[in-house]
Design a protein. Structure first.
Lengths: 154, 117
């Protein structure tokens, strides 16, 4: 890669940083953690205003539910994406707390030597990541089945 | 290096993020269980006004804790994403201000909802 190209890549900002170029598994978890976090905060803002309608009485609540219901299958798809985001963000966040607060799952620190394998990506760390993916996938499929069941599709 | 526009030192900010995340792991799991099929209710029954009202009034303190933890953790997270994206002081100042305003609005609506029920 030429110097000019490298320089351009360093200045390319948020969107480029999300592009999965030369990522290891830890970098994928980091990127997905940020994406799911943004999805969840956008949902939270809408959810607080949705729940506010309970305070306005049953008529306002039913109107809000009717409005959301009019989205049809998109409401359920939206909820499914949010459920997946919450499951992943929570499970991966718990792993990060173990890593960064308690120093667990990390390899021993060593002097950086070529080919610069990150010691944080220890065997236990990889097991934790794959376990999270497995559990989140299973729960996400379960959430999907439940939402489709709510639609009367299954 | 701490910015003069920071509300807290970033190290304290991260401790706050971890503490709120730990609270949310328990409180949010409880909230999700209340709206899960494990309650034996269908999707439409879970959105019934009386069921939602009953949950919000009976578990008012739990939902209050969840509201404050989620709003502060979530908006602070969004702030971190944005200020790491663009290292321009004026932009970072604007992000801090907008996040504080958004936080105040969301907490005001959420607290009002929990108090008047």
């Amino acid at each position: 890669m030429g110097e000019e190209k490298k320089e351009k890549r360093y200045k390319s900002g948020l969107l480029r940083s999300l592009w999965p170029y030369n990522f290891n598994v830890e970098r994928y978890t980091y990127t997905l953690h940020r994406i799911t976090g943004v999805i969840l905060i956008l949902y939270l803002m809408a959810h607080v205003f949705e729940i506010y309608h309970v305070a306005l009485g049953p008529v306002a609540w039913e109107q809000t539910m009717a409005l959301l219901g009019s989205l049809g299958i998109w409401e359920k798809i939206g909820l499914w994406i949010i459920a997946g985001s919450a499951l992943y963000h929570g499970a991966n966040g718990f792993r990060l707390i173990l890593n960064e607060v308690f120093g667990m799952l990390l390899g021993k620190p060593v002097l950086p030597e070529y080919p610069y394998t990150p010691t944080s990506l220890s065997r236990n760390q990889k097991i934790a990541i794959y376990l999270i993916v497995l559990v989140v996938e299973a729960l996400w499929i379960w959430a999907g089945i439940y939402l489709l069941w709510g639609l009367g599709i299954i | 290096m701490p910015s003069k526009y920071s509300l807290l030192k970033e190290s304290w900010n991260m401790i706050l993020m971890y503490a709120l995340a730990l609270i949310m792991i328990f409180v949010l799991t409880f909230h999700l269980l209340l709206v899960s099929p494990l309650t034996g209710r269908t999707f439409d029954q879970l959105l019934n006004y009386n069921y939602v009202l009953q949950n919000l009034t009976y578990y008012r303190i739990v939902f209050g804790l969840l509201l404050y933890a989620a709003v502060i953790h979530g908006l602070n997270g969004l702030r971190i994403v944005l200020i790491e994206w663009l290292h321009v002081k004026r932009f970072q100042w604007a992000v801090n201000v907008i996040i504080v305003i958004l936080m105040a609005i969301l907490l005001a609506f959420g607290t009002y909802t929990l108090i008047v029920l």
